[in-house]
Write a protein that binds this ligand. Structure first.
Ligand SMILES: Cc1cc2nc3c(=O)[nH]c(=O)nc-3n(C[C@H](O)[C@H](O)[C@H](O)COP(=O)(O)O)c2cc1C
Length: 222
C-alpha cells in the first residue's frame, strides 16, 4: 500500500478483534511515526502505549467516571465554540450518519448514551496510544507537530492492516490518565488512539463520512 492508498483506506475504526499487535510491530510503527517533521526538530510529542492490566484499570475508571456523569475537565479546548455554521452542519451529519449505521433512532436516548459510552470503553480496544506534549510549554504549533505523529500512526496502522479511531472525547478526564500513566504530571494529553485489527463484518466500521468536493476547500492560484 503506498502513501496515497493508505490515506484513502484509513477511516475511523470503532470495533476491533481481540488480536494484539506484536511489540516489535508497534516499535517499528512508532519509530516510523517519529520521523514526523516538527518546528526546528523540537519533537515536542510524548506517546504512551497502554495495554494489558494498565488499560483494563484505566478503562474501568473511565467507565465509572462516565456512568457517574463526572464533569468534563479537558486540558485544552479542541474546537471553537460555537462552531462556524458549515462546520456544525458537517458535525451534525457525521453524528446522524454514525447513528444510522448503528441502527440508532433519533429518539433512542438509551442507545445514544450507549454509543457515547463506547468512547469511554475505548471501543473495546486492547491496545491504545495516548499522545501528549509538555503541559508547561506549548503553543498552537505544538499541536500541529503532534498531529503529524498522530496521522503517521493512523496511516501506518492502516498500511499494516490495523485500524484506529482518534479520540478527543477521552481527553475530558486527564486526571485519570495522570493517575494511570506514571510520570505524566507535566503532560498535556492531546488525543487517544485505540487500535487493533478491524472486526470483520462490523457495520459501524463501514461508515465512511463523505468529504467536501475539492473545489470546496482547494484553490490553485497562478
Ligand atoms: C483529534 C480527533 C479526535 C476525534 N475524537 C473522536 C472521538 O472522541 N470519538 C469518535 O468516535 N470519533 C472521534 N474522531 C473521529 C472523527 O469523527 C472522524 O475522524 C471524522 O468523522 C472523519 O471520519 P473518518 O476518520 O472515518 O474519515 C476524532 C477525530 C480526530 C481527528
Amino acid at each position: 500500500m503506498n502513501a496515497l492508498e493508505a490515506m484513502h483506506a484509513r477511516r475511523s475504526i470503532r470495533e476491533f478483534t481481540d488480536e494484539l499487535a506484536p511489540a516489535e510491530t508497534i516499535r517499528q510503527l512508532v519509530e516510523a511515526a517519529g520521523r514526523a517533521p516538527s518546528s526546528k526538530n523540537t519533537q515536542p510529542w510524548r506517546l504512551y502505549l497502554v495495554q494489558g492490566a494498565a488499560l483494563e484499570a484505566l478503562r474501568s475508571d473511565y467507565l465509572a467516571a462516565f456512568d457517574a456523569k463526572t464533569p468534563a475537565k479537558p486540558g485544552y479546548q479542541y474546537s471553537p465554540n460555537p462552531l462556524p455554521a458549515d462546520w456544525a452542519a458537517r458535525a451534525k451529519d457525521v453524528g446522524i450518519g454514525i447513528f444510522k449505521h448503528k441502527g440508532i433512532g433519533r429518539d433512542d436516548a438509551d442507545k445514544r448514551t450507549a454509543h457515547d459510552r463506547e468512547n469511554f470503553r475505548f471501543f473495546g480496544a486492547h491496545q491504545m496510544f495516548f499522545l501528549g506534549t509538555q503541559a508547561s510549554a506549548f503553543s498552537y504549533g505544538t499541536f500541529l507537530d503532534c498531529g503529524f505523529v498522530l496521522d503517521n500512526l493512523m496511516l501506518g496502522l492502516t498500511a499494516l492492516g490495523y485500524g484506529s479511531c482518534p479520540q478527543f472525547s477521552v481527553m475530558i478526564y486527564p486526571d485519570l490518565l495522570r493517575k494511570h500513566i506514571p510520570g505524566t504530571e507535566d503532560t498535556l494529553f492531546i488525543a487517544g488512539l485505540p487500535f487493533g485489527r478491524p472486526k470483520p463484518g462490523s457495520t459501524v466500521n463501514e461508515f465512511q463520512p463523505a468529504r467536501l468536493p475539492l473545489d470546496g476547500w482547494f484553490k490553485t492560484v497562478e
